[in-house]
Design a protein around this ligand. Structure first.
Ligand SMILES: Nc1ncnc2c1ncn2[C@@H]1O[C@H](COP(=O)(O)OP(=O)(O)O)[C@@H](O)[C@H]1O
Ligand SMILES: [Mg+2]
Length: 221
């Protein structure tokens, strides 16, 4: 599903962040990506989500080269975002509406779903993520774990075939970590691609089909 061919990336200030990565992520598998801080995990995820672009080499999604030019095509960009759900490391920056239920509905309206379908999915994911008592609350007033659950609900409601999670246990207390670990385990299906950046050995041992180690030289070992 996701093919990286000699992918490299440097920030505009010259900072190298990814160096000559060749890898193939297949649908139906769960990959855990670990490695020291600064090795490039979050940068790679930005590229996979079409928010940054390879400085050299390529990123192919279902065989199509994802380039800056390609992402200017609104239909292609929308289809990429429909195929890849992205839970950012800092969930805070991902939430922007006035209430938890609006947060979940927003992406569904963007997808062009009918009002009935939006309502049905909002209800389903509010229930699935245990957000009933928080549905009218402003996302900004929520705890770290509640924000994470809201972001998960908003992304999962769009039912993306691939899900990318950047350090999903970060900033959660022990109960929150256990809850999210169990939840992610439940997300594994025969078709879904999961890519999870994490340092957490328990999470890795519970969910990973493949574990990738990224080195401080910014490449896969
Ligand atoms: N906006 C930025 N501008 C310049 N350098 C950056 C920026 N963001 C990250 N970097 C650098 O890129 C490298 C990879 O960072 P990052 O992808 O955040 O790593 P990780 O997620 O594995 O901790 C690091 O050296 C980091 O300092
Ligand atoms: Mg990171």
């Amino acid at each position: 599903m996701i093919q990286l061919e000699h992918l490299s990336y440097q920030y505009p200030d010259g900072n190298p962040a990814l160096s000559d990565i060749t890898y193939h992520f297949e649908a139906g598998k769960c990959y855990c990506l670990s490695g020291p801080n600064g090795c490039g995990k979050s940068t790679l995820f930005r590229i996979l989500n079409g928010l940054s672009f390879a400085s050299a080499g390529s990123y192919l999604l279902d065989g199509v080269d994802v380039t800056e030019k390609k992402m200017r095509d609104k239909a292609f960009a929308a289809s990429l975002h429909r195929r890849i759900g992205y839970i950012m490391q800092n969930t805070e920056v991902q939430l922007f509406t006035r209430s938890v239920e609006e947060e979940i509905a927003f992406g569904l309206y963007q997808m062009g779903l009918s009002d009935e379908e939006v309502v049905a999915r909002v209800e389903k994911y509010i229930s699935l993520l245990g957000l009933e008592s928080l549905r009218k609350r402003s996302p900004f007033t929520l705890s770290g774990g509640e924000k994470k659950r809201t972001a998960l609900a908003a992304i999962l409601a769009m039912d993306p075939p691939a899900l990318i999670m950047d350090e999903p246990l970060n900033g959660l207390d022990e109960d929150g970590q256990q809850w999210v670990t169990d939840f992610i385990r439940g997300l594994k299906t025969p078709d879904r691609l999961l890519i999870v950046a994490t340092h957490n050995k328990d999470l890795i041992s519970e969910i990973a089909d493949e574990t990738i180690y990224m080195t401080k030289e910014h490449t896969f070992r």
